[in-house]
Write a protein that binds this ligand. Structure first.
Ligand code: NAD
Ligand code: UDP
Length: 331
């Protein structure tokens, strides 16, 4: 049986494909390449030595998705396809709700018509809004402060209703903390267009001389060194978490939401030091004002993932930085 990976040419999806193929699973990637490049699929074939069937389609093309499910004998779906930039979602809410919510509804319709009931959905720790307590477990109240976060929250609620309606649905929403790092081959990694918003791709571009210095957004937070703290998780750990979630979902009807994080917080300055160790050079940086909307600290309680999936993150910040650097040099 085959796994449909929507958005499989993207950052997280491509790493998940390597793990699934290494485990002997069959996959088909469906992507419209609005935020990735078809060459990623060729690189996946180089890394894994396996053919990676590709359907170039929008996930909102229900007929095309249904045909893919049928033709490839798909029994489970991992749904990554969607738009993910928080800032852009504020200026383009229609595009975000269209790609994320309409995209998920189309996928569900296709799955229903082809009687495919197993779904792993890419959710996000953003559904927790501003943390009320730390570490964040899955019972933490949910809320959203922007259209991107609201789209993830609406989809989670929708999937809960779908799973309640029939025991044929088996759904897991994985709430990612901060995915970073790259595959050890250096052939795939995060490839943001334009100026990176996120810390790791920005630091990587400073380390390789593409940008002159990092702006550290605020050093007056109530954290150990005053800079923001996040739960960075290596994308290969995250990928292995998806493989574990697929095993879990196969015999668990209903709906579950599970954190994928390490449970450890790392500050901006700690990450800068780790990058300096990985690159062997100083990372020029300058403290500037806080970024509007940022929270001080956010990290997961990963206990449920350990209990339900038998999974936990094993890679540390040094590996996150060295793999990011290798990918950045290779790009
Ligand atoms: P990405 O943009 O690299 O990958 C998404 C892929 O989906 C891209 O290849 C893109 O071309 C494709 N895509 C987008 N809209 C599509 C559509 N309508 N039809 C078909 N393909 C489409 O993003 P990513 O970082 O790999 O994130 C994957 C998923 O994980 C997203 O749903 C994102 O919201 C979620 N997520 C990401 C992070 C993160 O920090 N990267 C954190 C939490 C959750
Ligand atoms: N950050 C920073 N400079 C940058 C980008 C990010 O200091 O150029 C900080 C940001 O304020 C936060 C942390 O790095 O404390 C992680 O930011 P990112 O955007 O990667 O993740 P998010 O805030 O969405 O969790």
């Amino acid at each position: 049986m085959t796994i449909l990976v929507t958005g499989g040419a993207g950052y997280i999806g491509s790493h998940v494909v390597t793990v699934l193929l290494a485990a002997g699973r069959k996959v088909v990637v469906l992507d419209n390449f609005c935020n990735s490049d078809p060459s990623v699929v060729e690189r996946l074939e180089r890394i894994t030595g396996c053919p990676v069937p590709l359907v170039h389609s929008d996930v909102r093309d229900r007929e095309r998705v249904a045909d893919t499910l049928r033709r490839f004998g798909v029994d489970s779906v991992i749904h990554f396809a969607g738009l993910k930039a928080v800032g852009e979602s504020v200026s383009k809410p229609i595009e975000y709700y269209g790609a994320n919510i309409q995209g998920t509804i189309s996928l569900l319709e296709a799955m229903q018509s082809e009687k495919v009931g197993q779904l792993v959905f890419s959710s996000s720790a953003t559904v927790y809004g501003d943390p009320g307590y730390l570490p964040i477990d899955e019972s933490h109240p949910t809320s959203a402060t922007n259209p991107y976060g609201r789209s993830k929250l609406h989809i989670e609620e929708m999937l809960k209703d779908v799973a309640l309606a029939s025991p044929s649905w088996k759904i897991v929403c994985l709430r990612y903390f901060n995915p970073v790092g790259a595959h050890a081959s250096g052939l795939i990694g995060e490839d943001p267009a334009g100026i990176p918003n996120n810390l790791m791709p920005f630091v990587a571009q400073v380390a390789t001389g593409q940008r002159s210095f990092l702006r550290v957004f605020g050093q007056d937070y109530p954290t150990s060194d005053g800079t923001g703290v996040r739960d960075y998780i290596h994308v290969m750990d995250l990928a292995e978490g998806h493989s574990a979630a697929l095993r879990f979902v196969a015999d668990h009807p209903g709906w579950n939401a599970i954190n994928l994080g390490t449970g450890r917080g790392t500050s901006v300055l700690e990450m800068v030091s780790a990058f300096e160790r990985a690159s062997g050079r100083p990372i020029p940086h300058e403290v500037v004002d806080r970024r509007p909307g940022d929270i001080a600290s956010c990290y997961a309680d990963p206990t449920l993932a350990r209990q339900l999936l038998g999974w936990q993150a094993t890679r540390g910040v040094d590996d996150m930085c060295s793999s990011t650097l290798a990918w950045q040099k290779n790009r």
